[in-house]
Design a protein around this ligand. Sequence first.
Ligand code: NAD
Length: 504
Amino acid sequence: MVATTPGTQVETLRNYVGGRWVAAEATETQEVRNPATDEPLARVPLSGGADVEAAVTAAAAAFPAWRATPPQERARHFFALRQLLVEHRDELARLIVTEMGKTLDDASGEVQRGIDNVETACGIPTLQMGYGLEDGAARGIDEEVIFQPIGPFAAVTPFNFPFMIAFWFWPYAVACGNTFILKPSEQDPLVMRRTFELIEQAGFPPGVINLVNGGKDAVNALLDHPGIKGISFVGASKTAAYVYARAAANGKRVQASGGAKNAIVVMPDANMDAYLSTIMNSFYGAAGQRCLANSLVLPVGAAHAEARERVAAAASKLRLGDGLEKGVDLGPVVSAAARDRIVAAIGAGVAEGAEAVLDGRGAHVPERPKGYFVGPTLLDGVQPEMGVYTEEIFGPVVGMSPVASLDEAIARINAADYGNAASIFTESGGAARKFRYEVETGNVGINVGVAAPVSYFPFSGAKRSFFGSLHPQGRDAVRFYTQSKVVITRWTGGDGAPVSGVGR
Ligand code: NAD
């Protein structure tokens, strides 16, 4: 927990429960700071069982009427919300930068991705439709499936996309007729507070969507509460595995996205002129704090020398600074603790024998002397047995590990515990197809650095990067948040038999 600075007066955030902003019953709080300046921004309550109980009670009470609201009417709330989000796009993006550190461009992109999911959820009358077949079960017996809402769901989200990731979930759950509780990251909860003010303005009935601030106590209370029907989670793999097991043991459906160690393969025929900027963005965008950040490069054969030279040259030109300032490419990392962890990981890599082509330790921004900065880092000669190869560093640190062939690159990627994403850069259709066919990750990029699925596709992930089967976003989300109910019907006389007949 961050220590309080004596004498600083900042607001303590409230929860949004049953359509009202309420103080948490829990008295423990944690400080939220601006990572570029180290200034305190707010205190977040670490809600506990009583706060979760209040939210579940509100969500359960709101469910019957919301469920009975026709899908088209439910969708209208999302049309209203979409308009409000568009009008407040810049304000939301600035809030993200202030509490999380990414650049304003990046934060604007994040807000747009959230809005995309609201737009997709507006299509719920079509997305939630079932299907049926006359005589599907037998002659005169029809069969259909309908997708019904289930009740209160909850999502627990990470710090790195404090706006977007909540929108992978709640718009679909609520559009389907469920009610919802969101528990955002305690590291950067301010953008969700503002978002919930807009949600309130959009006219969602009280209790349909609730906000509970906090950390692991709130999460445990959600995982254990019998009134919560399912849990959506995004965070580190260790937390995801824990959430998956505990929620499942309590009989809930769960989708839990975990961490990543994504690799790009650079073939000797890669068009580096065309794709260097997408590669650089995938390495250092959001200071490497994206689950789709590429943190390993596997250059094949002769690709090594050029990849090393061009990445190092481009990385050394990146401008470090406060994400709110124009021309800044790389903001701070989220906290002083994250900075110290990343710096230690670079040191460990060098101690294990990696060569620091660019070393971001000790980075300093004169105008922001208290910011949590790590400069762009490139380590070459990284070997599969090193910690910098296997562990998610979640900072602006890239490891280069040359391989002899595409087969070796694919084998390396498939040997990893994580399976979030992988990309290949090549002008060969055959190499690209082989890669797409064989690689065991949930998301694949072909000449694309950040293989981020848009809202009407599932945000995939495999192995220790995803626990469950139905993913966030789009049709997968609609299936996750609904119960399939199969109805088999026959009517006396319906198959042409006499109405007085006894049937089959
Ligand atoms: P985290 O696991 O520390 O926290 C995520 C959420 O879990 C937070 O809301 C936090 O309050 C809660 N939490 C943390 N520890 C807990 C515990 N012991 N018990 C119960 N709840 C707990 O993750 P983070 O640092 O906020 O986010 C970064 C991680 O998220 C990275 O590993 C990143 O790869 C991953 N991520 C994955 C995806 C994806 O789609 N796979 C997307 C974004 C981020």
